[in-house]
Design a protein around this ligand. Sequence first.
Ligand code: FDM
Length: 212
Amino acid sequence: MSHRGAFIVIEGLDRSGKTTQTETIQKRIQEAGKEVVCIKFPDRSTSIGKMIDSYLRSQSNLDDHVVHLLFSANRWELASTILAHLKQGKVVLCDRYAFSGIAFSVAKNLPPINLAWARAPDASLPSPDLTLFLDISPEAAQSRGGYGEERYEKEGMQRRSQERISDGKGGGKGTWIIVDAGRDMSAVTEEMWVHIRPLLDGLDTPVGRLWD
Ligand code: FDM
């Protein structure tokens, strides 16, 4: 029986090194002779992604519930693509996923978005086989050069969302690993690799669904 590829998600605060690590891990997977597809959420290239982008850059205002649903819809836009790549035996490496979606929406101040409501639109999306959460304190993240200009790039929002990022982890059969991202980049890469390498030969179990 041919194996499907592994679905690997990398989550973490801004400045946790998430994007750099995703690029490094992509190269490593290729060097190991495996095909890998990188996806990033939000995917700002789609029409829904463009609405999200405009909101994040404060060029438009949207109700918090609406933007939450747009982030989820943005994942649904790519769900069949993710499944197709996995079926072809490719590794799918994804920078942020539904865990960010829940964390940032629930972390908003007022009125609070209910956790069960926040989880619902992502139910049945492909579930990652492995989620690596790059854990760094908001203070350490900020000391790496400060946050940018976007709507959520503020210390309070980052800290609150950090506290909520594991709210989604109870779902799915995949593994959830917390990696200390406060260390130097290569130490973080090595620890991530320990968890990723065993998945490179593929899996013979069906892709899970959030939040089964
Ligand atoms: N974000 C990201 C959300 O609020 N919900 C989501 O579902 C996702 C995927 O968007 F502040 C937030 C997290 C971050 C912002 O992300 C843009 P990038 O990684 O900086 O593009």
